[in-house]
Design a protein around this ligand. Structure first.
Ligand SMILES: Cc1cc2nc3c(=O)[nH]c(=O)nc-3n(C[C@H](O)[C@H](O)[C@H](O)COP(=O)(O)O)c2cc1C
Length: 470
């Protein structure tokens, strides 16, 4: 199943961590060997089943970690894997003797939470060497496990995630048990450690791998979840390869960054501030063109929620919009062209003390991007960052950047750390300039990489895996 690496471009290295507290594989190579011997997801699952019949009842996170690595391998990535619970020495726990072995479910060892320093150093070196990372974790109370948390703490203290591509896969016992919250929390924290975030790619393009299973190995029955983990691995490998390929390359032309002002005040507080900010950034990053589009100057009609998009455009049809709404004063046709032409997108919003001052276009904008998504993910690989102008103490829209990033992730984009501006009584405490410059630099690098790496065909399916609708 391996796609050979592109000409002259070295292979990206993708590493998965398993965050289960009940992982059973004693040696990380066991899982890697099954992945490397597999031709596709099904032969990987055959390998897992074979191991299970010998009495090694793998936990669900180990299985989805392996599925994601198979996805990465299918695009030619080098693989690495480690089980986070193996980082901690364990001691016998007499408390379990009180329970029957069925109830214990194999957790006969208690995590002491003491670090094995030598092992840790070697693992952190492997993280440094990787281009892409996948966190595979069980869902505990709608969030990751304690050992999965530990690795994010460690990478934060040593700034190890900077410019790595990050994907997350989670497994919970309930269908709505918090897989998406788990994925988004970890992704957002990784972005704050300067990683780039990806989801699980087409045909569903959601927030990473999301599987449902309670008892050990039951995830083998969740084909949808396994496919979403496989897709996450592919996405991490592909985006890592592009980012790696762009390292030494200058794009042939100036890169285009579009800033969509998705809400503003009547007197254009946000657009006014951004005009000054991009002027300063342009001095530092001369090879970037900025276009600011203030959506409060335009009309966006609401999505009809119809099922006709994407409308196929006939050859020679001048209206290149795949949406049923074709009102002359609706801005979406123009906006679609703008988005297809740009290399980086910033979705700007406001978090003000006085909610009445905000004129919103954000939600209607998102609704109406539906036809672009349904047209086989036209925004694939666009780098996106949220931007928010926050007044200290404002609570009306504090999650703007998180919402913008995660909604645009569903367009199969690559999400970037947000740009935050902080104002207190008309005084700017944080300008956002450093964040903006970092975003521009990564867009420049990614654009250079995109020139060298063949895109992967993307397709949208109204009915994704096994009849689930999205
Ligand atoms: C402490 C704890 C908390 C849990 N919280 C959730 C939860 O919030 N949502 C959910 O769907 N499942 C929850 N579960 C179930 C596990 O996520 C589920 O059994 C998962 O498959 C375990 O993965 P593993 O086999 O890799 O250990 C919880 C389990 C434990 C032990």
């Amino acid at each position: 199943m391996n796609r050979p690496p592109e000409n002259g471009i070295s292979t990206p290295k993708v590493m998965a961590f398993c965050g289960s507290i009940r992982s059973v594989l004693k040696n990380d190579h066991e899982l890697l060997d099954i992945c490397k011997a597999a031709k596709d997801l099904d032969t990987y699952l055959d390998g897992v089943n074979k191991l299970i019949t010998t009495g090694t009842k793998m936990c669900n996170s180990e299985i989805i970690a392996g599925a994601s690595l198979c996805g990465a391998l299918s695009l030619g990535a080098d693989l690495d894997y480690f089980s986070l619970s193996g980082l901690f020495p364990q001691s016998e726990a007499s408390v379990f003797e009180l329970l029957s072995s069925d109830e214990v479910g194999g957790m006969e060892l208690l995590d002491t939470l003491q670090l094995d320093q030598a092992k840790l150093d070697s693992v952190l070196q492997r993280v440094k060497d990787a281009n892409g990372l996948i966190l595979a974790t069980p869902v505990y109370f709608g969030d990751r496990s304690s050992v999965a948390n530990k690795i994010l703490q460690l990478t934060a203290t040593q700034n190890l995630l900077s410019q790595k591509v990050m994907g997350v896969c989670s497994v919970g016992a309930k269908r709505n048990g918090g897989q998406e919250t788990t994925n988004l929390f970890a992704l957002y924290e990784a972005l704050n450690q300067n990683a780039l975030g990806v989801g699980n790619g087409p045909p569903t393009s959601q927030y990473g791998g999301t599987a449902v299973a309670g008892n050990r190995a039951h995830v083998l029955e969740d084909r949808w979840g396994l496919l979403s983990a496989f897709g996450t691995g592919q996405r991490v490998a592909h985006v890592s390869q592009i980012f790696k390929a762009g390292e030494q390359i200058q794009p042939e032309r100036r890169v285009q960054i579009t800033i969509l002002v998705s809400m503003d005040t009547q007197d254009k507080l946000l657009a006014g501030y951004l005009a000054k900010l991009v002027e300063k950034a342009s001095v530092e990053i001369p090879n970037v063109n900025f276009t600011i589009i203030n959506l409060i100057d335009f009309t966006i009609f609401r999505c009809l929620g119809c099922s006709v998009c994407p409308v196929k455009t006939k050859k020679g049809d001048e209206i290149s919009i795949n949406c049923a709404i074709r009102e002359a004063d609706d801005v979406m046709a123009k906006l679609r062209s703008q988005l297809l032409e740009c290399d980086g997108l910033i979705v700007a919003g406001l978090n003000l003390l006085d909610a009445k001052k905000i004129l919103y276009r954000y939600q209607v904008l998102l609704e109406r991007t539906r036809f672009i998504r349904r047209h086989d993910f036209e925004l694939t690989n666009l780098m996106v960052a949220g931007l928010c102008y926050n007044q200290v103490g404002a609570t009306v829209n504090p999650l703007h950047s998180l919402k913008a990033n995660t909604s645009f992730l569903r367009h199969n984009t690559v999400i970037h750390k947000s740009i935050e501006i902080i104002e207190h009584q008309n005084k700017i405490l944080k300008t956002g300039l450093d964040d903006l410059i970092a975003f521009c630099r990564n867009v420049v690098r990614f654009s250079g990489g995109k020139k060298r790496i063949k895109p992967i065909e993307t397709y949208y399916m109204k009915e994704a895996y096994g009849g689930y609708r999205n």
